[in-house]
Design a protein around this ligand. Structure first.
Ligand code: NAD
Length: 428
């Protein structure tokens, strides 16, 4: 499934460079990840048997600073996917003007099949394998799909044991009690919400008239849903890996989150047993959810959900990409033809890495900020880059995705050119 996800991801570079007009050596450099590591992670299972898992870490580009990016636990994690995700992190950090390059990692595993003790051992063993490649000034992991703050806490602890000193800044997205930042947990959903608030101003929206469908109800999707619901937006459809629910009147999001947390199971939320009785809703499949007639569609699960096969059927007027890479490259022109505005992943989901940066700053200074300070810094950063991207949209008359890449690669180009250009070395 992910064979060409990296090739697809970097194909957007050439297109953006028609407008950024950077020397080709910059684009060539961005097409190649800096370091790619593949490790075998051994795990002693609860029944005494030994299982071996594939683990990966890719540092895509570190021109602008140490690399940063999440760790994903999923059965479909492979090297092409990790390379694509690392490339997106490079672009995202540049777009938000953070002093970081991009990285990503993961383990090919279905965490739902492991006990909690097995999950802890696997996470600690993975850090044992990659400890020489990460560090607060080198490469700083964070949570991603099916990893969470508890796992980040285990990983920080394991790294600190290996190095024999406490190193909270090696990883972000930690529990607050272990050096996490207030406001990190909802930062990705909140960053997307801030983008929607700017769209609201530009389009003079009345939230109670705006309908929203969200695919993926994990960390990022849930927080975006909560914030939008609190502002009066009608969240009419949500889904997870098992399927979805739809109610044109809109859902009471806090009670859905409560039900989901009550069940204590990641998959067992929708329309199984008591939940269907509690929540009045029609069932929809993930594919159907994407094609609903709504104002805003928020893919917040995995990549390649909107492709050439279903792009023509998308009816939403705005798509806010909380997931990384939910729209395949070949679907871009189809959506553009339909005048659908796509706020791209490298902008819409950048709230997570931005607050991860704040966490890293707080860990290094040993001084912790109140939550409202984190929120207001995040809002300023998101707003600033939202309008910087809009400036590129207007200047070149291009779509938001291309504009975001133009801005990101211009900043990456500046950093690379500061090391010297062809003209500098050849006296041109
Ligand atoms: P999560 O593990 O908390 O949640 C993932 C959700 O997606 C779950 O609800 C799961 O059931 C659902 N899901 C899985 N497979 C699905 C499928 N085939 N169809 C529909 N739903 C499916 O993960 P998350 O942290 O919320 O991440 C979601 C997306 O947001 C990912 O693409 C991730 O890379 C991106 N993202 C997350 C962060 C962050 O800080 N958490 C930051 C930037 C981007």
């Amino acid at each position: 499934m992910h064979n060409d996800v990296f090739t697809n991801a970097i194909s957007r570079l050439e297109h953006a460079n028609q407008y950024a007009k950077l020397p080709h050596e910059v684009i060539d450099r961005l097409k190649r990840p800096r370091t790619t590591i593949e490790v075998t992670v051994p795990l002693r299972m609860d029944d005494g048997s030994l299982k071996l898992f594939h683990g990966y870490r890719v540092r895509h580009n570190d021109m602008r600073g140490p690399t940063k990016g999440g760790l994903r636990y999923h059965p479909q994690v492979d090297i092409a996917e990790v390379k694509a995700l690392a490339f997106w992190m490079t672009c995202k950090c540049a777009l938000l003007n953070l002093p970081f390059g991009g990285a990503k990692g993961g383990i090919q595993v279905n965490p739902k099949e492991l006990s909690r003790l097995e999950l802890e051992r696997l996470s600690r063993n993975f850090i044992g394998e990659i400890a020489d490649f990460i560090g607060p000034d080198l490469d700083i992991p964070a949570p991603d799909v099916y990893t969470n703050e508890r796992i980040m806490g285990w990983m920080m602890d394991e790294y600190s044991k290996i190095k024999r000193f406490k190193t909270p800044a090696v990883i972000t997205g930690k529990p607050i009690s272990l050096g996490g930042s207030l406001g990190r947990n909802d930062a990705t959903g909140r960053g997307a919400y801030y983008c929607i608030k700017e769209l609201e101003k530009l389009n003079h929206w009345h939230p109670e008239k705006i309908t929203v469908a969200i695919q993926g109800f994990g960390n990022a999707g849930q927080h975006a849903a909560s914030l939008l619901h609190a502002d009066g937006y009608k969240v009419v459809a949500i889904s997870d890996s098992r399927g979805g629910i739809y109610n044109p009147q809109g859902f009471d999001i806090p009670s859905i989150i409560h039900i989901k947390n009550e069940t204590k199971q990641v998959q067992a939320v929708y329309c199984s047993g008591s939940v269907c009785e509690t929540v009045a809703a029609d069932q929809v499949s993930n594919a159907e959810l994407l094609e609903l007639e709504v104002d805003i569609l928020i893919p917040a699960a995995l990549e390649n959900q909107i492709t050439a096969d279903n792009a023509q059927q998308i009816k939403a007027k705005h798509i806010i990409e909380i997931a990384n890479g939910p729209i395949a490259v070949e679907a871009d022109p189809i959506l553009l033809d339909k005048n659908i505005i796509v706020i791209p992943d490298i902008l819409a989901n950048a709230g997570g890495v931005t607050v991860s940066y704040y966490e890293w700053v707080q860990n290094r200074s040993g001084y912790y900020w109140p939550e409202d300070e984190v929120h207001s810094k995040l809002q300023q950063a998101m707003r600033r880059e939202f309008y910087n991207v809009q400036h590129e949209v207007k200047e070149h008359n291009i779509d938001w995705r291309t504009a975001a890449y133009v801005l990101a690669i211009k900043r990456l180009g500046e950093a690379m050119q500061a090391h010297g250009t062809r003209e500098y070395f050849m006296g041109g």
